[in-house]
Ligand binder design. Structure first.
Ligand code: C5P
Length: 291
């Protein structure tokens, strides 16, 4: 069952350690090459059997999560129920600890947790590949969140391969409190120049330094676009880059969350304290990258 215990699942933050835009589909969606990993904070989803489907949302970011009726958790539950051809219900509670519209895949991770949790609760027995297919209908980032481990994303996010083995890593996430809506960032991206793309990351990765080199080579193609939507994103990444012990810094997804990688969590926590003194209004979280 889930690491959060029976009837509960964790929905960790997704971080794109690099993100290249490598093309565009006729329907306008962008083709990506990205390395996604998972880290705390994690939203929490709890479910109890019930006749109907219902959801309450609480936690520090509940107020920014939009109307409950359009929450991806309910959409995921309905989709799973359709596939199971059953009328089962659940009383769901989602606790939002991940900033919303922040490039951390919070809503997508919640949807993935709902698919996994309700598959167990309703004993529908779908395997991971089926749950990922269902996830792809809910959003481009949902399949990788169903996988929930370091993964290379291709296509618009639905073509997944396991990432090469990564060294142990700690990460500091920093969000300046502005939302950069994904469609707006992709629109801004379309108006900017782009350079040639290096090939997707391939192993073996020798150590943290080697990984940092590979990440620097690729970066995040959406960063300049996100900076046009919210210039403070550039300040976030610049602040992260100058933190002692940071081996690499960039932005996750379409922003506005920036991240810095460290060799261990102690270094990430010390850096978080230094940054909190300089930028007391910014949200931050330091922890380990999940293996
Ligand atoms: O799939 P999702 O609803 O998360 O995507 C939100 C928006 O982000 C899409 O409507 C599209 O404008 C943009 N997007 C994109 N290419 C991707 C993922 C998202 O253009 N690979």
């Amino acid at each position: 069952m889930s690491p959060a215990g029976p009837g509960a699942a964790e929905a960790p933050a997704k971080v794109n350690l690099y993100l290249k835009v490598v093309g565009r589909r006729p329907d306008g969606y962008h083709l990506l090459d990205s390395l996604a990993v998972f880290a705390d904070p994690a939203d929490r989803l709890a479910a109890e059997p019930a006749d109907d489907l219902s959801l309450v949302v609480d936690g520090p970011f509940a107020g920014r999560a939009g109307p409950v009726e359009s929450n991806l958790v309910l959409k995921a539950a309905r989709l799973l129920r359709e596939h199971a051809r059953s009328g089962m219900g659940a009383r769901l509670r989602l606790t939002k600890l991940i900033p919303v519209e922040a490039g951390l895949g919070g809503g997508s991770s919640d949807a993935a947790a709902a698919l996994r949790l309700l598959d167990a609760l309703w004993e529908t027995g779908f395997d991971e590949a089926r749950l990922r297919e269902m996830g792809a209908r809910l959003g481009a980032d949902v399949p990788v969140c169903v996988a929930g481990r370091p993964t290379l994303m291709a296509g618009i996010g639905e073509a997944l391969t396991p990432a090469p083995a990564l060294p142990p890593l700690a990460i500091l996430l920093v969000n300046p409190g502005v939302a950069t809506a994904t469609p707006a960032v992709f629109r801004a991206y379309a108006a900017l120049e782009r350079g040639p793309a290096p090939p997707p990351l391939a192993g073996p990765i020798r150590d943290v330094e080697h990984l940092a080199e590979e990440l620097r080579l690729r970066g995040n193609d959406l960063l300049p676009a996100a900076c046009t939507v919210a210039p403070v994103v550039g300040e976030v990444v610049a602040e992260l880059e100058r933190l002692p012990g940071a081996v690499h810094a960039s932005m996750s997804g379409s922003g506005a969350t920036g991240f810095a990688l460290f060799r261990d969590t102690a270094a990430a926590r010390t850096a978080a304290e230094t940054l909190a003194e300089r930028r007391p209004g910014w949200w931050s979280h330091a922890g380990a990258v999940r293996a």
